[in-house]
Design a protein around this ligand. Structure first.
Ligand code: IPM
Ligand code: MG
Length: 369
């Protein structure tokens, strides 16, 4: 694809800073690699609430549905803690996921040797780690009805959330898992709680059935609690972990920490292909980090690596994605680090200096080739 419409949603906290660096990278790709970007930019989350009175405006959603891809910064912050739930920053993101049917959330957790020392686990357990958490993103307890806090006729109050999955929702998710594993290390762990939950029993049945269509892929079933334990015990045993919305939320944070820096991890949320087009949202796994917002400390690499996933999955530009990923590897190997990944005693660089270093590296890589 040589022309691409991209909607940027910087959001809250450090989101705008990291998206600023991404814009420089996108400019570089349009000047040097001939991709014509039609960029639009809008508010999401708390920023949208402050400006439009809603965390996702109808106009923003309409644009989101049209573009080739969306790149988001992050949403949320303490100043919106007391806003009603449906108007909170997170609600904007959840609506976007649901409305665009972005059911397949890919969260790779890779640990570059240069960063292995930053992990809270022993270096040999995580060095070279390359796992992919595939999280179902548009169903399960995040969206299940009924939900609410209510008062019973006898005056007792209670709260409820509902975990519900249609067969089709599980099937399409695990299918993506098998397809991804086929291009990786050919192993899928399907993760649920079949020992206590009906949705877990159902999930296991469907994963088993779909798995028969992929004889080259090893399918293993694992309970979610065991998976959490195995992730910190021996993370390299995993290749693709396919799991539901809530377990995926939790396990992906756990996997992220293994790699030494949350500030490095990209993600992609993909919809089903309809008439040759697939909705897609790319975002860093890290949150809005309000404590360091506006101080030039944020690491823009997770957002930039999310854009590399965009080049790969939405724009079909694998070589450009490889180039961008190599540039990131090289600057880290040259010890250019923001504070979250800086080695002790080394001087960390600012968000914009990291962006500038990346552009320099892209220039030297492209001159060399
Ligand atoms: C994530 C986040 C979101 C989630 C929040 C911000 C709604 O934790 O993307 O993992 O729970 O899905
Ligand atoms: Mg989360």
């Amino acid at each position: 694809m040589n022309k691409a419409s991209i909607l940027l949603l910087p959001g809250d906290g450090i989101g705008p800073e990291v998206i600023n660096e991404l814009v420089k990278v996108m400019d570089w790709f349009s000047s040097n690699r001939g991709i014509e970007f039609d960029i639009s930019k809008d508010d999401l989350g708390g920023a949208a609430y402050d400006r439009y009175g809603t965390p996702l405006s109808d106009d923003t959603l309409a644009v989101a549905k049209e573009v080739d891809a969306i790149v988001m910064g992050s949403v949320g912050g303490p100043q919106w803690d007391n806003v009603e739930r449906h108007l909170r920053p997170e609600a904007g993101l959840l609506t976007l996921r649901k409305e665009l049917d972005l059911f397949a959330n890919l969260r790779p957790a890779t640990c570059m040797p240069a960063l292995a020392a930053a992990s809270s686990l022993k270096q040999d357990l995580v060095s070279g780690l390359d796992i992919l958490i595939l999280r179902e993103l548009t169903a399960g307890v995040y969206f299940g009805e009924p939900r609410g806090i209510e008062t019973m006729p006898d005056g007792r109050r209670r709260a409820l959330d509902t975990q519900v999955y249609f067969e089709s929702e599980i099937e399409r998710l695990v299918r993506v898992g098998f397809e991804l594993a086929a291009k990786r290390n050919k192993k899928v762990h399907s993760v649920e709680k079949a020992n206590v939950m009906e949705t877990g029993v159902f999930w296991r049945q469907i994963a088993t059935r779909v798995g028969k269509e992929y004889p080259d892929i090893t399918l293993e079933h694992m309970y979610a609690d065991n998976c959490a334990m195995q992730l910190v015990r021996q993370p390299k045993q995993f290749d693709v972990i396919a799991t539901d919305n809530l377990f995926g939320d939790i396990l992906s944070d756990c996997a992220a920490m293994l790699t030494g820096s949350l500030g490095m991890l990209p993600s992609a949320s993909l919809g089903a292909e309809v008439n040759g087009k697939r909705s897609a949202l790319y975002e860093p796994v890290h949150g809005s980090a309000p404590d360091i917002a506006g101080q030039g400390k944020a690491n823009p690499l997770a957002t930039i690596l999310s854009f590399a996933m965009c080049l790969r999955f939405s724009l079909n530009r694998n070589q450009d994605a490889d180039l961008l990923e190599s540039a990131v590897d090289n600057i880290l190997a040259n010890n250019i680090r923001t504070i979250d990944i800086a080695a002790t005693g080394a001087d960390p660089v600012s968000t914009s200096a990291m962006g500038a270093a990346l552009i320099d590296e892209l220039n030297s890589l492209s001159q060399a080739s």
